[in-house]
Design a binder for this molecule. Structure first.
Ligand code: PSV
Ligand code: MN
Length: 402
C-alpha cells in the first residue's frame, strides 16, 4: 500500500468526506465585492458593487453557486455609515437575498482623528470617540443578530521613541474590557493582530501572543482572530493555530494568501500546503475532543481578478483544502509520530495533501443540488456580464487597507 492510500474502504472515505464538507461554511466579506486597489491606484471593474444592496446580491450569487457562504461580513463605516439607523435596511436585504449579516467590523482607521491611533491614541477624547464606535458596533451586532465583533485596528507608530508602547497597552486593555462588558451573552469579540502596515515601527496588537493577552484581559467572550496575511515571512502559522487551539483562544480566521506582505491573494494561490497544515491542526484538535468554535472568513479584495470569480475560486479552494486535511488518517499518523517514523509520517501527511479531492467535492455538491463546478456555473450564468452592464460606470471606488 502506498502511504497516500488509506486502508479504509472507498465508501467509508466518501462518507467521511461528505461529513467533513457538511461541517464547513465560510463567510465572505462585503468589501470583497467593492472596488479597491493599492496605494498606487485602482483598476475599476464594471461589475464591482457600489451599494450594500449590490454586495448582498453578489454574496447571494456566491452562495447560490457554492452553498457554503450564507453570511456576509460587514464593515461598519463602509456598509452602515449611519450606524444603527441603517439596520432596518440591512435586515430587508437579508430577507430579500437569503444572506445573513456575519461579523461586524468596527472601523477605527479611516477617520482623520485616528492619525495617531484610535483606542491607543494619547488623546483621551479620541480614545473615547473610538470606544463609542466600538459600543455602536456592538449594538449593531445585537440588532442584526450577528454574533462576532471582529476588531482590527491600524494603531501603532512609525518611529522609535515617539510613543509609549506600555501606556498604549494599558489604554487598549481598558477599552477592550469596556467593550467586552457591553457584549450580549451570545456575542464574541474577535481580536485580530497584524505586525505591520499601515504602522511600520510598532503596531499595538502585533502578534497572536498580544491578541491572546488582550482577549484574556477583556473577558471570556473574547478570542483571537488569525488573518493568514498578517505574519512575517516563513512564520509557522499552523504552530500558532495549534497554540491557540490548546489554550482555547482560537476564534476565527481571515483567509487569504500572501507572498511578501498582506497581499490579499486568493487562498492557496501561493501556498496551499500551508492552509492544509492549518486545517490539519483543527481536524486533529476536533478528533482529540477539544471544543471548537471557529469562524472561517475570507478577507480578500481583488483588483485584478474578477471579484465574484475570485471569491468563488477561494471558497472552492478552502473546501478542497479542508477536505484534504479531513482525510488524513490521524490514527495511523499518531502511531507513526509516537514511534518517530519520520518518513512514513510525512508521506502519510503529504499523501493526503496530494490526493485529488475535486471529484469528491463535486459529488458532494451534486448530492446537495449545487453545481458540480461552481466556477463553470458562474461563467455559464452570465451573472458577471449582466451586472457589468447594469452597474457599468456607476461603480465608485471604496477605500480600504485590505
Ligand atoms: C487589515 O489589513 C484587515 O485584515 C482587517 O481585517 C480589515 O478589517 C480588513 O483587512 C479590511 O481592510
Ligand atoms: Mn483581516
Amino acid at each position: 500500500m502506498k502511504p497516500s492510500e488509506s486502508a479504509l474502504p472507498k465508501s467509508t472515505i466518501v462518507d467521511q468526506a461528505f461529513k467533513a464538507l457538511d461541517s464547513f461554511q465560510i463567510e465572505i466579506p462585503s468589501w470583497g465585492f467593492a472596488n479597491t486597489g493599492t496605494r498606487f491606484g485602482k483598476f475599476v471593474q464594471a461589475a464591482a458593487a457600489s451599494t450594500i444592496e449590490e454586495k448582498f446580491a453578489d454574496a447571494a450569487e456566491v452562495n447560490r453557486l457554492t452553498g457554503v457562504t450564507p453570511t456576509l461580513a460587514l464593515h461598519v463605516l463602509w456598509d452602515l455609515p449611519r450606524g444603527l439607523a441603517d439596520v432596518p435596511a440591512v435586515k430587508q436585504l437579508e430577507s430579500r437575498f437569503g444572506i445573513r449579516s456575519g461579523s461586524i467590523n468596527p472601523n477605527l482607521f479611516q477617520d482623520q482623528e485616528y492619525k495617531f491611533g484610535s483606542l491607543c491614541n494619547p488623546s483621551a477624547a479620541i480614545r473615547k470617540h473610538a470606544l463609542d464606535h466600538m459600543f455602536d458596533s456592538i449594538e449593531i451586532g445585537k440588532a442584526l443578530g450577528s454574533r462576532d465583533i471582529s476588531l482590527w485596528m491600524a494603531d501603532g507608530s512609525n518611529y522609535p521613541g515617539t510613543q509609549s508602547i506600555r501606556k498604549r497597552i494599558g489604554w487598549l486593555e481598558e477599552a477592550l474590557r469596556a467593550s467586552h462588558d457591553r457584549l450580549a451573552p451570545n456575542q464574541r469579540l474577535l481580536v485580530e493582530y497584524k505586525p505591520f502596515e499601515p504602522a511600520f515601527y510598532h503596531t499595538d496588537i502585533a502578534d497572536w501572543g498580544m491578541s491572546s493577552h488582550f482577549a484574556r484581559h477583556a473577558g471570556p467572550q473574547a478570542v483571537v482572530l488569525v488573518d493568514t496575511g498578517h505574519h512575517y515571512s516563513s512564520q509557522n502559522i499552523e504552530q500558532i493555530v495549534a497554540w491557540l487551539l490548546h489554550t482555547g483562544m482560537l476564534g476565527g480566521f481571515h483567509f487569504n494568501d500572501r507572498r511578501y506582505a498582506d497581499d490579499d491573494l486568493t487562498l492557496g494561490s501561493i501556498d496551499p500546503y500551508q492552509i492544509f497544515r492549518i486545517f490539519h491542526e483543527i481536524h486533529a484538535a476536533a478528533q482529540d475532543g477539544l471544543k471548537l468554535d471557529i469562524a472561517y472568513m475570507i478577507d480578500q479584495s481583488h483588483n485584478l481578478k474578477g471579484k465574484i470569480e475570485a471569491m468563488v475560486q477561494t471558497v472552492v479552494t478552502a473546501q478542497e483544502l479542508y477536505l484534504k486535511a479531513a482525510l488524513v488518517d490521524r490514527e495511523i499518523l499518531s502511531g507513526l509520530q509516537q514511534s518517530c517514523d519520520l518518513v512514513a509520517a510525512e508521506e502519510l501527511y503529504r499523501g493526503a495533501f496530494w490526493q485529488d479531492v475535486r471529484p469528491m467535492a463535486a459529488a458532494w455538491r451534486e448530492a446537495h443540488g449545487l453545481p458540480a463546478d461552481p466556477l463553470a456555473a458562474l461563467r455559464a450564468s452570465g451573472y458577471v456580464e449582466r451586472i457589468s452592464a447594469e452597474r457599468g460606470s456607476r461603480s465608485s471606488a471604496v477605500s480600504s487597507y485590505a
